[in-house]
Design a protein around this ligand. Structure first.
Ligand code: ADP
Ligand code: ADP
Length: 226
């Protein structure tokens, strides 16, 4: 089971700015939850605290029923996909996807199997020898997703993964990510400022504003302020 919970989670940055004010949230196992809100409302901060990339000032986060406040990112059974893809430019697609598994001392044949399976799912088998600069934006995004998939995590964290793509590709990738969610049977927490993305992909939408969770509901019951 891979439910994620936030209990009274507060983030105050070292400069004293309070980015998240006592967030409470329950994400169920295999649920696709979208954190939606304008730029600067605290979505990424929230996601990074779940990932363990940002310290929690107050409160408790659990993943799979276990308190993770003091657990290293690599031991959290999560994988994160970043907006800027964060691919290593000097490595091939294959090496980018394999890198995290090498660090975890996964045996090479197992790495090879996982990379090739993920590449197949994402339709990038023919790109494994390329460097990131030889890829289109959509292909880079698939590699970034592939790098998360090979880890086989229970929870995927997506931070505005489509915002650098053009409108047509965004529409296509929305459908792909939705399908991927069904296939992977994983829990997804997805950050965006795009209402259409939220409406088309979420099981549940969490609306944030100024560091506060304002509403939580299914796509038909939440109200977007114009
Ligand atoms: P969002 O993802 O919704 O755009 P963020 O979580 O990135 O919002 O940021 C929330 C707020 O916290 C913003 O006002 C941002 O300027 C501020 N912030 C982000 N990182 C830091 C930091 N390291 N130090 C101080 N303030 C920060
Ligand atoms: P290392 O850097 O540890 O020497 P290699 O890059 O030699 O690792 O790759 C190890 C294995 O990974 C190879 O035997 C091969 O099966 C697989 N591999 C590496 N690159 C590719 C690729 N572009 N396409 C398919 N398989 C690859």
């Amino acid at each position: 089971m891979a439910e994620v919970t936030l209990k009274d989670v507060v983030k105050v940055y070292p400069n004293g700015f309070k980015a998240v004010h006592g967030a409470n949230l329950e994400v169920k196992d295999k649920e696709f939850v979208v954190l939606l809100g304008p730029s600067g409302c605290g979505k990424t901060t929230t996601l990074r605290m779940i990932a363990g990339l940002e310290e929690i000032t107050e409160g408790t986060i659990t993943i799979g029923g276990k308190v993770v406040n003091d657990v290293e990112p690599k031991d959290r059974d999560i994988a994160m996909v970043f907006q800027n893809y964060a691919l290593y430019p000097h490595m091939t697609v294959y090496e980018n996807m394999a890198f995290g598994l090498k660090l975890r001392k996964i045996p090479k044949p197992e790495i090879d199997k996982r990379v090739k399976e993920a590449a197949k799912i994402l339709g990038i088998e023919n790109l494994l020898d390329r460097k990131p600069k030889q890829l289109s934006g959509g292909q880079r995004q698939r590699v970034a997703v592939g790098r998360a998939i090979v880890r086989d995590p229970k929870v995927f964290l997506f931070d505005e993964p489509l915002s650098n793509l053009d409108a047509k590709l965004r529409t296509q990738m929305r459908a792909e990510l939705k399908r991927l969610h069904k296939n992977l049977q994983a829990t997804i927490i997805y950050v965006t400022h795009d209402q259409v993305e939220a409406m088309t992909m979420a099981d549940k939408i969490v609306i944030m504003k100024d560091g506060v969770i304002h509403q939580i509901g299914d796509p038909y019951s939440v109200y977007f302020e114009p």
